[in-house]
Design a protein around this ligand. Structure first.
Ligand code: FES
Ligand SMILES: [Fe+2]
Length: 385
């Protein structure tokens, strides 16, 4: 049996008896490619934040799962995602973030596209001085748009184009966090935390799901939000994560705090919740800020992790924002040794995927089960085709 058709039934057992995903899911480039297809391209995956293109005309190229994409804020202020290629000879259109003045002009033969993707100019396409040709119907040759959806400032894309609508796919989670669907404001450059990890992307989520590691990996955080202050969040087949009953707001020197999101229920006076929008966006919500961590898998053992902090107001104190970013930087950085250490461990041939603590690892096992089921469903689909 090849690694790409490995039997994942041991993963789908109840948490007390299950094994984790086999090593190949962390070390085999072929399995990585299959996962990119089945777990990421066919789902709604996080790409970036809308704040990356803050002004009309801003364009940002980004290669995601090997696909060259272009994020553009159009003249109508709508953020769209396109495949970053010209419909003529497939030249890459934009190679660095920039402001589009007028149109997106292909650097090869100057075909031009509007910021909404329409093909608007085809110079000399009918011969010198002839800018049209009957065979070239501009209306059918616009940029290829990628299905996208923005939730609380995070851009999700469904590259395959055939996932269920975003609201349907994440219905239960959106319902749980309905109170946080309010205007949120990205904190700017000083509210972005980025790591280049020597780890498979899934290990970052597996670690994020559970609070079990808190006492040893996050002694600072654990000093006020202890292991026993946490609860598991488990919705089989949908999402998992953890919450705390004792979120504590940070204060500036003068005692000032971030403003709260409006109209939150009492639960959020002290609670914070940390859940993954499967597959690759880890979101944390608290009364006065939220964060979204987007994982960009680069290869089977390398991942770019980018966290963005959002607030309830566009005007927040610089020093308080810096303090908050520093606080989260410390926490996220503390996790690196765990995820990179587990990645090294996946090269040990004797490792059988490991075992889960039935009391503490439920949310992580739930993620493994989701991966195994989604991977196998994709395999069945591929076999039927
Ligand atoms: S490839 Fe873009 S205009 Fe020729
Ligand atoms: Fe952690």
């Amino acid at each position: 049996m090849s690694a790409t058709t490995s039997d994942l039934s041991a993963v789908k057992q109840p948490v007390a008896t299950a094994n984790g995903l086999p090593n190949a899911h962390y070390t085999d480039p072929q399995v990585f490619e299959l996962e990119c297809d089945r777990l990421l391209k066919q789902k709604w995956a996080g790409l970036d934040v809308a704040a990356s293109v803050p002004e009309v005309g801003d364009a940002k190229p980004i290669t995601f799962l090997g696909v060259p994409l272009l994020i553009v804020r159009g003249r109508d202020d709508t953020v769209r995602v396109f495949q970053n290629i010209c419909r003529h000879r497939g030249m890459v259109l934009v190679d660095a973030p920039r402001k589009i003045e007028g149109a997106i002009r292909c650097p090869y033969h100057s075909w031009c596209y509007g910021t909404d993707g329409r093909l608007v100019a085809t110079p000399h396409v009918g011969g010198p001085g002839q800018n049209t040709h009957e065979a070239i119907d501009r209306s059918t040759l616009g940029l290829i748009e990628v299905r996208s959806h923005i939730w609380n400032g995070v851009i999700f894309v469904n590259i395959s184009g055939d996932a269920a609508p975003f609201e349907e796919e994440f219905a239960e989670l959106l319902e749980r966090w309905r109170e946080f669907e309010v205007p949120v404001y990205h904190g700017g450059q000083d509210s972005i935390i980025r790591f280049d990890l020597k780890s498979n992307w899934k290990l970052v989520i597996e670690n994020y799901c559970e609070s079990y590691h808190l006492p040893w990996v996050h002694p600072g955080l654990n000093s006020y939000s202890r292991l026993e202050d946490h609860y598991h969040i488990e919705e089989p087949g949908k999402f998992s994560g953890q919450g705390t009953y004792v979120y504590r707001q940070i204060e500036d020197e003068d005692g000032s705090k971030f403003p709260d999101f409006p109209d939150l229920s009492e639960k959020w006076d002290t609670a914070g919740e940390y859940i993954t929008f499967l597959p690759n966006v880890m979101v944390g919500v608290q009364r006065d800020h939220m964060f979204a961590i987007i994982l960009k898998p680069e290869s089977v053992d390398r991942t770019i992790e980018t966290a963005h902090l959002f607030y309830a107001s566009p005007q927040t104190s610089d020093s308080l924002r810096a303090k908050n970013a520093e606080l989260w930087y410390v926490v996220f950085e503390e996790d690196i040794m765990a995820v990179e250490g587990m990645q090294i461990g996946r090269n040990a041939p004797g490792f059988d995927g490991g075992r889960f603590s039935p009391a503490m690892d439920g949310p992580t096992h739930l993620f493994h089960t989701w991966v195994a089921e989604t991977f196998d469903a994709g395999q069945k689909l591929a076999a039927a085709e």
